[in-house]
Design a binder for this molecule. Structure first.
Ligand code: FAD
Length: 159
């Protein structure tokens, strides 16, 4: 029998980056912090995201049938907290536009996708995204480990 605490505790030992998923529905941009993002296939280029069935993002990605992933830099912890609903500020967020998709300004990388497939998986929905456009810049990623944010200390900056 697997209890919630053990599940979170053990899976929290898997180090991830942090991203903000964005989409537009009815002329409104919506963003959500996510670390369940993975590369799936090169031919065709597919990635996977996982959205909680309680998240308001779910209906928006389903309706828009597309989404963008902005991989956050080490300076963007506050934005991760904002898009996880953990900050009570009323701040407005400036989005950039990347090939028609809304993305987070000054993020490390952008991945713009059309939904290729969607599957219910327990209390989440998995979306396979077919990658239409990609972009990245040099810099340090924001890291998430055991429920906390970290930065890479010993990373050499790569062009
Ligand atoms: P809301 O709670 O409505 O929105 C989230 C926040 O974003 C709100 O504060 C809202 O004001 C703000 N926001 C949205 N759009 C805009 C806009 N256009 N301008 C300004 N602010 C805006 N959940 C998952 O389902 N999958 C994951 O992979 C995942 N990974 C996570 C990783 C980390 C590190 C953290 C901290 C959380 C993660 N979560 C994940 C939880 C998820 O981010 C939260 O549950 C989130 O609040 C769900 O968002 P929502 O779509 O319900 O939208």
């Amino acid at each position: 029998m697997v209890d919630d605490k053990s599940f979170r505790d053990v899976l929290g030992r898997w180090v991830t980056g942090v991203a903000v998923i964005t989409t537009v529905w009815k002329d409104q941009v919506h963003g959500m912090t996510a670390n369940a993002v993975m590369s799936v296939s090169l031919k065709p280029p597919l990635i996977l995201i996982s959205i909680d069935e309680k998240a308001s993002m779910l209906a928006k990605v389903r309706a828009a049938n597309n989404f963008a992933v902005s991989i956050l830099s080490s300076e963007q912890k506050a934005l991760s907290q904002h898009f996880a609903g953990q900050r009570q500020s009323k701040e407005t967020v400036d989005f950039d536009w990347f090939m028609g998709w809304p993305v987070i300004k000054n993020a490390l990388a952008y991945i713009a996708c059309k939904v290729h497939d969607a599957r219910q998986a327990g209390d989440h929905v998995l979306f396979l995204g077919e990658v239409e456009h990609l972009w990245a810049r040099p810099g340090r990623p924001l890291i998430f480990y055991q429920g906390r944010y970290h930065a890479l200390q010993d990373m050499e900056d790569k062009k």
